[in-house]
Design a binder for this molecule. Structure first.
Ligand code: 5GP
Length: 193
């Protein structure tokens, strides 16, 4: 998505440890007009697929997922990160290792909001090692819902997540795929799509 790639080149900041900071339009301050264009692009890429729910993970996926859900005209659910022990049977629960914080935490979704009648599109801001999307797809599987696909705004193509998710047979759409980035020169190379 050209608009997105241009914006990443203009405002993205490359940090040590393979981290791309896009705090000025995606992860802290949010450019909702750009989010709307992102929503339209996902709608185009998943055209003809029946989707009745968007699922994301807190916190940074929520803003984007909300705008995408409005474009798809479906509800959005976010998996909560939690340490509390909910009563067994109330929630679907799995564990996710955080890329940015390097620790493992539980994520939950209430059984009330995900079930076998749902056809789910996963949405997240970044794809790195694939742990967040794997965790979300486990919750979908446990609920008996159908996983239609996953949409991420920025995939870091030099990390393993994209390969892992595609190898599972999940229809993955990434709007910008960073092939390489160099924190010394500030150069970002995108994969041709
Ligand atoms: P994964 O689970 O695929 O390893 O990492 C995806 C999650 O880690 C995303 O939800 C995102 O919040 C965070 N993340 C991974 N890489 C980056 C990055 O380069 N920049 C930012 N801002 N977040 C990232």
């Amino acid at each position: 998505m050209k608009l997105l790639e241009d914006r990443i080149r203009k405002d993205g900041k490359i940090k040590e440890g393979n981290v791309l900071k896009v705090d000025s339009f995606l992860n802290h301050q949010m450019d909702v007009k750009l989010f709307h264009e992102i929503g339209l692009e996902f709608k185009r890429r998943f055209e003809g697929q029946e989707i009745n729910k968007i699922l994301t993970i807190e916190a940074s996926g929520i803003g984007i997922a909300c705008v995408v859900a409005e474009v798809f005209d479906v509800p959005v659910v976010f998996a909560k990160k939690t340490q509390t022990k909910n009563i067994a049977g109330e929630v679907y629960r799995t564990q996710v290792e955080s890329f940015t914080h390097g620790r493992v935490y539980d994520i939950i979704v209430s059984r009330e909001f995900l079930g076998k009648e749902d056809k789910v599109l996963l949405i997240d801001d970044f794809l790195a090692n694939g742990k967040a999307l794997e965790g979300l797809s486990t919750l979908v599987q446990d609920s008996g819902a159908e996983l239609v696909g996953a949409g991420v705004v920025i995939e870091k193509g030099f990390q393993v997540g994209g390969q892992i998710i595609r190898d599972k047979g999940i229809h993955l759409e990434s709007l910008a795929i960073v092939e390489s980035m160099d924190d010394k020169t500030g150069t970002i190379v995108f994969r041709e799509q």
